[in-house]
Design a protein around this ligand. Structure first.
Ligand code: RIB
Length: 304
């Protein structure tokens, strides 16, 4: 197996609207879509669509969403042998609101994701040992994230940690053991408590994290591209100019694609450039996983 994603799955309930109702008010929204999401599942599906061999360790609820979530992952070739059911629990759901500037606002109800425990990592240990890279986010309990990092270190497996959604009390001791730490600018602001409104501020906040022992910090900046910081070195890549219709899940598209190409050739700037183009392609379509191109579609996007 190339990649293991230890993380969340959610059912995305996407409402397209510019106006949010006030308390007590009912408003009609122009459009709605139901989709498979969750940062973990999105990253797994992005990598799998590009051809990576991917497994997931994840929890679904005991409800009507669960079967569809597992089938969806399997449809893209993701190994779901370690996607288990949390009894008497709902699956994770994410109401998402997308405005006509293509910007999204997301609420998450973790449901079964909150029950993914260190014991689930131990139960998947034999399969995880055969992976080259483990990808983590923060929609599952922090003790499970830390346990997975310990496991990866013991077995010499590379780790990407995407600190999303950001929590201010993330233990830096664990973060600094990861090979790649990949926040977006909002997450960087929450993690450091520093402003990130200009490029110089982003780099200062990044330097603060690096000073605490991080190896590779990759900050995604949406339509402004991404920056890789390692020691005193800064490598910047621009985003491909596209007309965005829905930016939901674009960060996950970046990470899933980056993970795939990191495993393929290990060239970090090249993997970032591919990931940036992949995320740009994803924002031209609606939804999260649904908007991720497969390898052929991505190739056509790159050569258009
Ligand atoms: O990053 C986008 C994802 O965040 C959505 O798919 C939603 O499920 C939440 O997890």
């Amino acid at each position: 197996m190339d990649i293991a994603v230890v993380g969340s799955n959610m059912v995305d309930l996407i409402t397209y609207t510019n106006t949010m109702p006030k308390a007590g008010e009912t408003l009609e929204a122009p459009d709605f879509a139901l989709g498979c999401g969750g940062k973990g599942a999105n990253q797994a599906v992005a990598a799998a669509k590009l051809g990576a061999k991917v497994m997931m360790v994840s929890k679904v609820g005991e409800d009507l969403f669960a079967e569809n979530t597992v089938k969806n992952l399997q449809q893209f070739g993701v190994d779901t042998r370690h996607v288990t059911v949390a009894p008497d629990t709902s699956s994770g759901v994410a109401p998402i609101f997308v405005d006509d500037q293509s910007q999204n606002r997301i609420l998450i109800i973790k449901g079964a994701n909150a029950k993914l425990a260190p014991a689930d990592i131990d139960a998947a240990a034999e399969a995880l040992k055969g992976c080259r890279l483990i990808v983590l986010q923060l929609e599952i309990p922090l003790p499970t994230v830390y346990h997975t990092i310990d496991f990866a270190r013991q077995h010499g497996i590379q780790v990407i940690l995407n600190p999303a959604p950001a929590v201010a009390d993330l233990a830096i001791d664990y973060v600094s053991q990861c090979d790649f730490f990949m926040p977006n600018e909002t997450e960087l602001e929450i993690l450091t408590g520093l402003p990130v409104s200009s490029e110089e501020e982003v780099l200062s906040a990044g330097r603060m994290l690096l000073a605490r022992g991080l190896k590779n910090l990759i900050i995604t900046l949406g339509s402004r591209g991404a920056v890789w910081m390692q020691g005193d070195n800064v490598h910047r890549i621009n985003a491909s100019p596209v007309k965005a219709v829905d930016t939901s899940g674009a960060g996950d598209a970046f990470i899933g694609c980056f993970a795939h190409f990191l495993i393929q050739h290990g060239d970090i700037p090249r993997a970032m450039a591919s990931a940036s183009a992949y995320a740009a392609c994803s924002v031209t379509g609606r939804g999260t996983q649904r908007s991720y191109p497969d390898a052929d579609t991505f190739h056509r996007f790159l050569t258009a």
